[in-house]
Write a protein that binds this ligand. Structure first.
Ligand code: AMP
Length: 512
């Protein structure tokens, strides 16, 4: 099938040809004709499948007829992160270059006044992160009653980041008669519930099972002792024909440490994580996209969904704690049919994470060995940190690895997971307290907290309490009390800051 068969206008087809696309990807093939007929679409698709063009191309044609009124956008695209929002806006510019559509990008970390000025001029396409959109709505700068097309992108990511209450609120402000396009990489029950609530008789499209990495990515696993990880990475980078690569770390602080180590070794590298100011993040990404930076050392939250053209390699300096993150990470390469290479460094204690990945993707990651390094035997026991150089799955015997940089490895309980299944409150607390985007939103019940405390981890159990006969409540220690990667102010303690009055009252005994 060709793009011309999809029902798109000549102008859009020209922009597509200018972008160098010769044939539609499966999601484009399936979604575009339905979007053009005005049907709701529920798309189960990851980034890298071409889904952005799947909704932007037909939207451009639909919006070509009609004019926007001041402060009343005609379509709304909600994205979980600023980077993704900026990426979609770049896609609109590329595909809409032969149209005269007005677009505004509402993301945190950018000046309100510029964004307001654009809104005042009237926009056909509004691309926003939930927090900034609600801010502007609350200031009365925007009216959502004219939105004809709504796109909710990366819905599962919104869920992970605690944005769903905001998304529900935004959808409640939109006209009920509209076209809704809803995309998510995975469809857990919570996302399905939302889709059922937001969509009317949608066309369901699923382009790749959520757990399958692109077939175009050659995967490799190297088992190493913790102290050998940096040396192994350096060798891999030197041995491989690395054009540009993302190197993933599980912890933000390791992103900085590893970046400094790579710079010291003479590599062209830069760090990207959510604690960096937005301006620095944007600048770093731009430089990476432009090819000025070759190696981007990043956390999951910062890098998820980024579309970097033709990236040759992904390195997992740490095995991701959640198997799904492995698929997302290596999906940064091998995009849109291009070949890519992914290397994962696993230490003995990573055994159970490696096993979980193998289970998810339905096969073992092929093990390779690096001369003079490792291999190490992986253990699937929790907390097993045996550091002996026994023969591992990789085969060859471990030899002294020359000059090594000792690397402190912290126990699992001290890691700061930055993955999609950890709420980003823990993953990427943002220093810019005035901004709301990409910082997890507090669920409605926690909004009253003024201490800047962010959303507690989803799976964190409430702290147990005891109550004596006088009605005095004493919190008991929780099992994970020792964890120092959770700030005190993020822990749920009983009912949080609020002690319900009924608990403080001595029990009344009814007399018959
Ligand atoms: P996405 O999944 O929307 O993030 O897109 C992933 C990448 O695929 C982007 O770099 C797009 O520019 C590219 N792309 C989208 N559609 C096509 C196509 N039909 N042919 C080739 N590349 C495409």
């Amino acid at each position: 099938m060709s793009f011309a068969d999809l029902g798109l206008s000549a102008e859009v087809l020209k922009a597509v040809a200018d972008a160098g696309y010769t044939a539609p990807t499966p999601i484009q093939e399936q979604a575009i004709p339905y979007v053009l007929t005005g049907r709701d679409v529920l798309g189960c698709a990851q980034t890298g499948t071409g889904k952005t063009a799947g909704f932007t191309l037909p939207m451009i044609d639909i919006l070509a007829a009609g004019r926007a009124r001041a402060r009343m956008p005609r379509s709304l695209i909600i994205e979980p992160t600023r980077e993704l929002a900026a990426q979609v806006s770049a896609a609109f510019e590329t595909y809409g270059k032969h149209h005269k559509l007005n677009m505004a990008l509402l993301i945190g970390g950018e000046s309100f006044s510029d964004q307001e000025r654009k809104l005042d001029r009237g926009v056909d396409v509004l691309i926003a992160t939930p927090g900034r959109l609600i801010d502007l709505f609350e200031r009365g700068k925007i009216l959502l009653s004219d939105v004809k097309i709504l796109v909710i992108d990366e819905a599962d990511r919104m869920l992970d980041m605690g944005f769903i209450p905001d998304v529900e609120r935004i959808v409640g402000l939109l006209p009920r008669i509209r076209q809704t396009l809803f995309f998510s990489a995975t469809m857990p029950p919570e996302i399905r519930r939302l889709a059922d609530a937001f969509l009317m008789n949608p066309k369901e499209i699923s382009v790749a099972p959520p757990a399958s990495p692109a077939a175009t990515v050659a995967q490799h696993l190297i088992t190493v002792q913790p102290d050998d990880k940096r040396e192994a990475l350096r060798r891999l980078i030197r041995n491989e024909d690395v054009k540009n690569a993302i190197i993933f770390c599980n912890r933000k602080r390791d992103v900085d440490i590893l970046n400094r180590s790579l710079l010291k070794s003479g590599f062209n590298a830069a760090a990207l994580h959510g604690d960096m100011p937005q301006s620095k993040r944007t600048e770093t990404l731009e430089r990476f996209k432009e090819g000025e930076i070759r190696l981007l050392v990043a956390s999951d939250v910062a890098a998820r969904g980024l579309d970097i053209q033709g990236m040759s390699h992904v390195f997992n300096f740490d095995v991701p704690i959640h198997a799904e993150d492995y698929v997302h990470r290596i999906g940064r390469t091998g995009r849109a049919g291009r070949d890519g290479r992914a290397f994962t460094l696993a230490t003995p204690e990573d055994g159970r994470f490696v096993a979980a990945i193998a289970k998810l993707i339905g096969k073992d990651i092929p093990v390779i060995s690096l001369e003079g390094i490792g291999p190490a035997e992986l253990s699937e026991e929790e907390g097993d940190t045996r550091h002996h150089g026994r023969r591992g799955r990789g085969g060859s015997r471990r030899e002294p690895a020359g000059k090594r940089e000792p690397q402190a490895r912290e126990p699992e309980s001290k890691r700061e997971p930055e993955s999609r299944h950890e709420p980003a409150a823990r993953a990427e607390p943002r220093p810019d307290t005035g901004r709301r985007d990409e910082r997890p939103r507090q669920p409605a019940r926690d909004r009253g907290r003024r201490d800047g405390a962010q959303r507690p981890p989803l799976r964190e159990a409430p702290r147990p309490i005891t109550m004596d006969p006088e009605g005095k409540v004493t919190p008991l220690p929780r099992r994970d009390e020792h964890r120092d990667d959770l700030d005190d102010d993020r822990r749920v303690i009983g009912f949080g800051d609020h002690l319900p009055a009924f608990l403080a009252r001595p029990p009344r005994i009814a007399r018959g």
